[in-house]
Design a protein around this ligand. Sequence first.
Ligand code: C2E
Ligand code: CA
Ligand code: CA
Length: 418
Amino acid sequence: MTDAFDREVFEGQELVFQWGDPGDSAYVIEEGCVEVLTGVGPAQKRVAILTEGAMFGEVALLDRQPRTASVRALVPTRLIRIDRSHVEELLLRSDSVIQYLMHLLLARFRSTHDAAGLQHRQGVAGDTPHADSSSAMDLHKAAVRTLSLAQDLSDAIDREQLELFYQPLIAFDQLAVVGFEALIRWHHPTLGLISPVEFIPLAEKTGLIHRIGQWVLQRAVADWAELRPFCVADANQDPFISINLSAPELAGGDDIVAAVQKCLSQHGMAPQELHIELTETIIIQKMDDVASTLHRLRALGIGIALDDFGTGYAGLDYLQSLPFTCLKIDKAFVQQVNHSDRSLHIIKAALELARSIGLSTIAEGIEDAHIGYRLSSLGCSHAQGYHYGKPMPKQQMAEWAIKHRAAQTAFLADLTPS
Ligand code: C2E
Ligand code: CA
Ligand code: CA
């Protein structure tokens, strides 16, 4: 843990920081000892001696105020420095409830110190926990929303508030629909439609993801009988429906494999018509657990797509060792293909890589014909995006698919010489 932080070495009697210095880091004493002094000039007095393992200057991690004490090494001393920027980055990655709690604790801490007369700062008269700034209000609102959504989410399945939308996946060569991606939606009774980007992470943290994941699997497989007639078989694959899986579901091992197997046999669905999508982040987090689950799912015949390709920071070795059948290129690159050389290079490299190991490719987030044309000419096999069809409820998707087939037939007729 400590290896992520820098060390600083001080001689005996050397100041680590003094009263009034900008506070931007905390320290842990790895070796040696320091004295803590309050006041300045002749009024300065020692209030503590700290030895190995003690931390000081920690308020600076959360608070941008100047130091309210001085600290001096008494003997040669080695300190581990923890920067505020590092802590802020960790906090930003934490959820809104943790952020709000930290804010509240800091405000309480400051008010206690102010009351005890320990804080001798200028210009912070309004800096009390109750003088809520707009950012504190925002934090508060976000935390309350998270807490109440977490509560409501536990009832969402039983109250039938969840729905799967379906987005068409299109083969570039004939513009035919080859499959659908199932994307979950939550119809909240008072807040309206809530995006999975907001509630899936919450479900993962609260453990509800297992129930939600089961619900998605059951729903998608049950809906497939109605959706399948709108798809055509592709050169290399049967029509398919694709579902997204989260890290906790995949790390569960036997549970998910058994559940998938049972669900397929209950509905008489061919395993190769079910695909699962997972992101690189999931693989990085739980490589060993995920690898064995993926191999077992693949052994059943299920297709496995690597989602959001290019956004993770993993090496590429795992592409060889995990049984992927498809690579989905993230929309961040796809949408910039005509504007950014970097995106273009990443896409070309991804397509070449997929070709060399025999994976199909889906370009996500295609919003206009130019981008679709570009991706197709670069050799990508499949498309997904608003330009073709947005995610829609099942009934609407059926209507869309009928119209799309008519348009596609006309398009192909135009191409055929008379
Ligand atoms: P994803 O798997 O990358 O899904 C694609 C997202 O891109 C979807 O957002 C889709 O609506 C959006 N999209 C598709 N075409 C376009 C386009 O042309 N332009 C733009 N700007 N966006 C497009 P959505 O439905 O909000 O889902 C967001 C994420 O939530 C998904 O990203 C997936 O990671 C997660 N998710 C959705 N459904 C489920 C689910 O059932 N289970 C789990 N575990 N995660 C899910
Ligand atoms: Ca996906
Ligand atoms: Ca994606």
